[in-house]
Write a protein that binds this ligand. Structure first.
Ligand SMILES: [Zn+2]
Length: 334
């Protein structure tokens, strides 16, 4: 690139180490800095009272009943993290995921309770059916096909139900075609034209979701998600997916997972200049936690490096299970 020729004279006039020699100067020339405003903290809501059950493959992450979620949200807010995203595990699952669009569902109850007790916290909801269906798929199944348009109709009901219960933003994660436009239309039709949509725009069929499926109890009973989630080998297709969601009205576009897809985050941010989110997923979290526990890596240092790399690639927002720990590190550094 031209910049290299223009700015780099030869050694010894140029010594790139000069700006690295002091802590003060390193801080002053740093290109990427994390802040609490980058973080969205995922939370898993379950039925019952006083439930706080750790997810075994995700140390520090719990399934919580609404009363515990409220306490957790107060803590998250006090740490200076601006937003959370809710996933719900219903009392009963059925073929059509009714718990997802039930106005008394777990996520809806959590939204009402947290809005009341922690009004400053920004509440986002994951919109999908897989946590709510008995077969664990993201939509309605007929034979061995996961139906697109019929599932989208239910997703619009779920999104509307969340917004009515107090969601500030909805985040459809299913990857069915046309769902962003359909949700936008239904929200607008009910006077919620100012509620933004964060779409899981480029979501890959990834092995890094393993621990999440334990947390969300959403492992498919048969088959997999390769008919709607993307092939990890494709990046041009991600650009088409993101373009389509923007066209349908997405306000924020997300790439998921983050670490093996930093090139996709980079391309999406470059190409569209949209507010871009990245999901630092459960498997990425579990790997760092496991190696940290084994004493094989410096967990805190690797955590901050992982989050910085995601931001450096182009993410404005990072959904991460590390949010609370990272916020504590940032507070210490100030
Ligand atoms: Zn799903």
């Amino acid at each position: 690139m031209a910049t290299t020729e223009a700015h780099v004279a030869g050694f010894p006039q140029t010594r790139l180490r000069r700006t690295r020699m002091s802590q003060v100067l390193r801080s002053m020339v740093r290109e990427t800095e994390l802040s609490n405003n980058d973080f969205i903290y995922p939370l898993f809501v379950v039925p019952g009272k006083n439930v706080k059950k750790e997810v075994s493959s995700m140390p520090g992450v719990h399934q919580m009943s609404v009363d515990q979620i409220v306490r957790e949200c107060a803590e998250v807010h006090a740490l200076g993290i601006p937003a959370v995203i809710f996933f719900g595990i219903p009392e009963r699952k059925d073929e059509v995921g009714s718990g997802a669009y039930d106005d008394r569902g777990v996520v809806q109850e959590a939204l009402r309770a947290v809005k009341k007790d922690v009004p400053g916290l920004y509440l986002i909801t994951d919109v999908c059916l897989c946590e709510y269906t008995s077969h664990g798929h993201c939509g309605i199944v007929r034979g061995d096909e996961i139906l697109n348009d019929e599932s989208v109709e239910l997703l619009t009901r779920e999104a509307l139900s969340h917004v009515k219960a107090g969601a500030d933003m909805v985040a459809p994660s299913d990857m069915f075609d046309g769902r962003v436009g359909a949700i936008r239309k239904v929200l607008d039709g009910h006077g919620f034209q100012n509620v933004p949509i964060m779409s899981y725009a480029a979501k890959y069929a990834s092995g890094f979701y393993g621990p999440f499926r334990e947390a969300a109890e959403s492992t498919p009973k048969f088959g997999d998600r390769r008919s709607h989630q993307m092939d990890p080998a494709n990046a041009d297709e991600a650009i088409r997916e993101v373009a389509q969601d923007i066209h349908e009205g997405a306000d924020i576009v997300m790439v998921k997972p983050a670490l093996s897809y930093l090139d996709v985050i980079y391309r999406v941010k470059r190409q569209f200049g949209m507010p871009t989110a990245a999901y630092n997923v459960s498997g990425e979290y579990a790997i760092v936690k496991a190696a940290g526990r084994m004493g094989w890596i410096d967990e805190e240092r690797v955590m901050m490096e992982v989050l910085t790399s995601i931001k450096r690639a182009g993410a404005d927002l990072i959904l991460t299970y590390f949010a609370k720990e990272a916020a504590k590190v940032l507070a210490r550094q100030q």
